[in-house]
Design a protein around this ligand. Structure first.
Ligand SMILES: Nc1ncnc2c1ncn2[C@@H]1O[C@H](COP(=O)(O)OP(=O)(O)O)[C@@H](O)[C@H]1O
Ligand SMILES: [Mg+2]
Length: 361
């Protein structure tokens, strides 16, 4: 049973349709990320759920309640923006109390709730501070407390971490996830950062030009991308050109590659194989029945991982190997064989935007 339903929602600004028949059903307490490149319509979807923007068509239902045409302040939704959205002339206490005052709560009730919220975000000791006296990370935690204080039905977060430095970004995203789980609040989180989306979401919606290309768990999105766009946008992927053979095989130069499922391509037609850098190995095992001969072009030492850039008959690909002091990585110019299992190959139909014809399991 879905708690929040976005049903065939479209949005046009003049002649420009930026959200196209967007469907999404969210369970109560679920954490959903909208992931996609800049301009794909993520913020517009969020603003329509919040009521800051009206859909050109379609409907939005929250807990059985059709809110499509209801103003923002009557939807019981909490929202956190990218940054710098606190009231600069109010201290932390008054920022968090703001939404409660609007609902007409009593003084004692407001104090209790604000204290509860500040304790939730670990900033009880900063109640008297003003936004300019706090770090970006602290300000975003206050923004979260402010959004949650009036007990909204849905929490909307629009790239709340993107203005922070890398370390704070990682710790705050984990904190957001913990708070969300503790409160069990239904949440939509917008980001263009795939690692962020994959690390904290129950499900991820990958958006491409106003549409949902794929909706799935982080595991499904990463391992079974439904389209070429998703495959390219989520994670690092090497694309290698091959030619379909019979049923389960694709030839890359002289190397026959076996797929987990039939390619469903006419023998002799072009097929693109997608391989994750962590799936291709220099060591052979019983499962890694595929062998692709390559030449090392370049190596980059990333610490625990050494990334190799290699050329094959089907094009360039990347391979990640673990650093080992006992076994130095191959050097540029060296010929090596890469090994991988049928399940690690994603076969993509040739045309851009086409559905994947076979995905890894
Ligand atoms: N109020 C508006 N008027 C006209 N065009 C807009 C408006 N808001 C957004 N757009 C356009 O809609 C598209 C999607 O924007 P947005 O939803 O902000 O994308 P994202 O959040 O994914 O970066 C962009 O091309 C943007 O320029
Ligand atoms: Mg945006």
């Amino acid at each position: 049973m879905s708690f929040l339903r976005i049903d065939a929602v479209s949005k046009s600004f003049g002649a420009n349709t930026v959200v196209k028949k967007f469907d999404l059903s969210i369970r109560k307490g679920e954490f959903i990320s909208l992931l996609g490149p800049s301009g794909c319509g993520k913020t517009t979807v969020l603003r329509m759920v919040a009521g800051f923007e009206m859909p050109s068509s379609g409907s939005i239902v929250i807990d059985g309640d059709d809110v499509t045409n209801r103003p923002a302040n009557r939807r019981r939704i909490g929202m956190v923006f990218q940054a710098y959205a606190l009231f600069p002339n109010m201290n932390v206490f008054n920022n968090v109390a703001f939404g409660l005052k609007i609902t007409g709560a009593g003084k004692a009730q407001i104090r209790t709730r604000v204290e509860e919220m500040l304790s939730l975000i670990g900033l009880s000791h900063l109640a008297d501070r003003y936004p300019y006296q706090m770090s970006g990370g602290q300000q975003q935690r206050v923004a979260l407390a402010r959004a949650l204080a009036p007990q909204p039905r849905v929490l909307l977060l629009d790239e709340p971490l993107s203005a922070l430095d890398a370390k704070i970004r990682t710790s705050l995203r984990e904190e957001i996830r913990q708070i969300q789980q503790r409160l069990g609040i239904t949440t939509i989180f917008v980001t263009h950062d795939q690692e962020e989306a994959l690390s904290i979401s129950d499900r991820v919606v990958v958006m491409n030009a106003g549409r949902a290309d794929q909706i799935g768990t982080p595991y499904e999105i990463y391992n079974r991308p439904a389209t070429r766009f998703v495959a390219g946008f989520v994670g690092t992927l090497s694309l290698v050109d091959g030619v379909a053979g019979s049923d389960h095989t694709v030839a890359v130069g002289d190397c026959p590659i076996t797929l987990a499922e039939p390619s469903r391509c006419e023998p002799g037609t072009p097929v693109t194989l997608a391989l994750r850098p962590e799936a291709v190995k220099l060591e052979q095992t019983a499962e890694r029945i595929n062998r692709l001969t390559c030449r090392v072009e370049d190596t980059s030492f990333l610490g625990s991982v050494v990334r190799l850039r290699l050329s094959s008959a089907g094009g360039t690909l990347l391979a990640d190997t673990f650093n080992s002091p006992a076994a130095p990585p191959p050097v540029p110019g060296e010929k090596v064989d890469l090994y991988f299992s049928p399940a690690d190959v994603i076969a993509l139909a040739k045309e851009p935007g086409a559905k994947a014809v076979q995905a890894a399991h």
